[in-house]
Every structure is written in structure tokens, then in C-alpha cells.
Design a protein around this ligand. Sequence first.
Ligand code: C2O
Ligand code: CU
Ligand code: CU
Length: 498
Amino acid sequence: MRRRNFLKLSGSATLFTLYGGIGWFLESCKKKGMDMAKSISVVTGNFDNPLRILPIINGASPINFTSKRNNTSLIKGKTSTVLGYADDILAPVIRVNNGQTVSINLQNELEEITNVHWHGLIVPENMDGHPQNKIAPGSSFNFKFTINQKASTNWFHPHSHMLTGKQVFKGLAGMFIVNDAEEAALNLPTGEFEIPLIIQDKRIYSDGSINYSPESMDVMSGYFGQYICVNGSWSAYHNIQTKIYRLRLLNASNARVYNLSLSNGINFNVIGSDGGLLGSTQTVNNLLLSPGERLDVLVNFSSLSVGAEFYLQSNLFNGGESQGSETFKIMKFNVTQKVTETFSIPTALATFSPISSSLSIKTRTFDIANNSGAHTAMNMNMGSMSSMHKIGGKSFNMDRIDETVNAGTTEVWEFDNSNGTDLHPMHLHGVHFQVYSRVGGRGAIQPHETGWKDTVLCMPGEKVQIIMTFPNNPGKFVFHCHNLEHADSGMMLNYKII
Ligand code: C2O
Ligand code: CU
Ligand code: CU
């Protein structure tokens, strides 16, 4: 395989520096026809594998999780070795009401350190899973915090620097749902009509276990897999009734962005983004969902007939060098039961007010393009890719405080990918923001971005501004690209709320 030979050749830092850094490297990849993601084509199956329905546990009672190796089935008829927080891949879905205190004990039965970040939850500094917090193999940590935020679809995953990509890819992740009274008043679909869908691509060895072995090109573009799993089921189907369903969509892939649509043309009615319900329902035909982002959508299947079949799929999009060049099916829905639907999709959802830019006391700009200029000092040694990706010219240093902000103040942060050729989903811990503007690329705030967010997709050519008021929650938090190979190779900084 040409790729292997090439990597052997480029495997030393000296060679890499000698030939002029990333520009040469990218040129070389192109010459050899290795267009990154294009070398990993999605494999489509028969969609005869029943969708794994994740168990739901009530966060009001103490929870015990163990990060460990499990055997399960991702591909029908095959046993896979994966990681999970209970006895399967992923974790049970945690559901809590706003105001509740949750206590989650994590026992680490991995052979390496881990920790947990509660992505989307505003928790004290020492509970947030900063990479400096390490749970050693064989030991445990008790996470305890009180929920003080709106109804929302959040998630959790390991966050140990340079191990995050590996541990998430092998199966450590879960969904964390917050409910509140404002949401309850909408009487949204519940029970079997509310389905968490965790979308992830996996690279799988022939023995069924998950392969995580990134080479330079994988670190450049992010690690992709050819098997698209939903809740840990590849080529899955789900039987539905002629009802309105609430789908809680989470992209927990390391790097892959999906341009979601339904193959029968049915629209998505977006009711929530990362941080909670939107002010009003946004009806769209397709949705770009990048790693780390969540979407809460209502889909109306009530006019379908029994026997109808359709797919959740991903369509082509303009995603720069490594993404969007393929259309593929993700999972199948089979209509198996005709029932009468009495619920109708609400228009007004929750109180939501845009933060006025007149409140902002400061604008901070971060170059996230990671073009050749930003890469000159890069070390391409195969064993140490710790500074391949940067934010504002800096790569992650656990102890350095890169930005300091004051609790209670409002700021605008700008992620500038104008000169970039790759996309970057930018995520902030410790705060919820609103998307304030987008110039270049798509040139506009998307309908599904009109609510509270913690992760925003910055396409090549785009400059995206976000606005936020920092909570009274002092401490050191990270912000980073949620392409986990980018984050693990340095695209993460610290900021401190004082
Ligand atoms: Cu889900 Cu720091 O990330
Ligand atoms: Cu987070
Ligand atoms: Cu990135």
C-alpha cells in the first residue's frame, strides 16, 4: 500500500522539517492521491441490525460507572471489544431535572488514566474534567454537582489530553439529559417516541474490535471510520409508528461532520440546540451536525403508511479538504404501525433573548486556520504530534492560562478560519454562548444555531463570532476544537474565569 510506504518515509521529524513542514506534507499527500477522508469510504450494509436502545437512568439516585473493556456487537453477528461505562459500548443515558444534585462515581478499570468531562453542563472547575484531573487505573473519583441550567441535551466523555480521541473512539461517551418545567409544559413526545441517537463512525478490525491507530494523515484530518454506528449499532433499523417523534441527535464522532436529511424528504423541526430549547421551532430539510454538537428535533411521521421505509442519511457538503465528499445512509426507519397522532408541533418553545452586543466589553480573535504559516514550528515526529494543531498560534499547555475573563461580563470571541482549508468545531467549557455572526463560507447564522450553544462549526473560509456572559463559576476551563485528533494534537487552550 502506497500510504504505508509514504508514512515510513516521512516517519522522522528530521525528514519532515527538512522538506519544509506542512505544506510539503499536504502536497505530498495529494500527489499520492491520499485525499484523507476520501481514502475511507463509508460501508453500507443491509440495515437489518436492530437499533440499540440505550437504557435511561435517573440521575436523582447515585450512579456508579466503571470505564472498562466490554464485549458487545456493533456489526450484526460479530463480537466486538469496545470500551464502555457499564456493560456495553457507551453508557446508559442519564436524565435529571434542573435543580437536582447528581453523584456519579467513576471506577477506572482501563489500563491508563481517564477522566470525565460533562459537555454542556456548567459545573465547578474541579468537576469539569480538565485534562489536569487524572483518574489513575484502578482508582475512582466521585463527581458531584448540582444542575442549574435549562432543559437540554448534553453529553459526557473522557478528556485526558492525548487520550481523548482514543477513549471516545473505542466507546466511552454518553448522553446527559436535563429536564425542566418550561420544557414539560410543551408536552413533547416521550417514552418510545423520544429517541436518543448517538451518531459515530468507527474503524473496525476484521475481528470486530475497534481500530484506533492514527497515522499522520489521520491526525491532520481527524480519525474517520467506514462503519457509521448509531447508539453503537452499525447498519441499524428502527420500527416506528405514524407519530411525531422527538430525536435527540448527538454527533459523538471524533472528526466526521454529517449533513443530515431524511431520504423521504420529511423535514426536521429543530426545537433545541446544544444548550436548550430554541425560542421558536425552525423547520429545515437538512442539518449540518459537527462533532460535539447536539440537536433536538421533532419529525412528523404521521402521514406515512405502514410498510414505508426511509433512511436518515448524510448528504454532500462543502467541508474543505477532508469532509463532505460522500453521500451515505446512516440508519433505516420502518413504519410498522398506524396510529392516530393528536400532538401538534409547537411554534413557540421557550423564552430566549439574544445577548445584545452593546454589553460586550471585549472582542478576542483566534486564528484557527492552521494553514502552513501557523505550522512552521510543527514537530511531525510520529511519536509526538502534540503541536500539529493550534489556536492563535499556540498549542495546548496544561498549566499556561491563555485568556482571563471576569465572571458576569460579556465578551465576543471570534474564530477566524478565513484562510483555513479544514473545518473546526470550536467548543468552550464552562459557558453557554450564542452565535453572533458568520462571514465568509456559509455567510450566515444557520436556523439551528439560533439558541444556546457550546460548540460551533467553523467551515473553511469562515469567521464566526460568538457572544457570551461568563457565569459566576471561577476556575480554569479549556476551549478547543472538537475534532478530537485536532484537540489531542494541540488545538486546545486554557481560559480562566476570575
Ligand atoms: Cu466534548 Cu472539551 O469536550
Ligand atoms: Cu465541553
Ligand atoms: Cu479542528
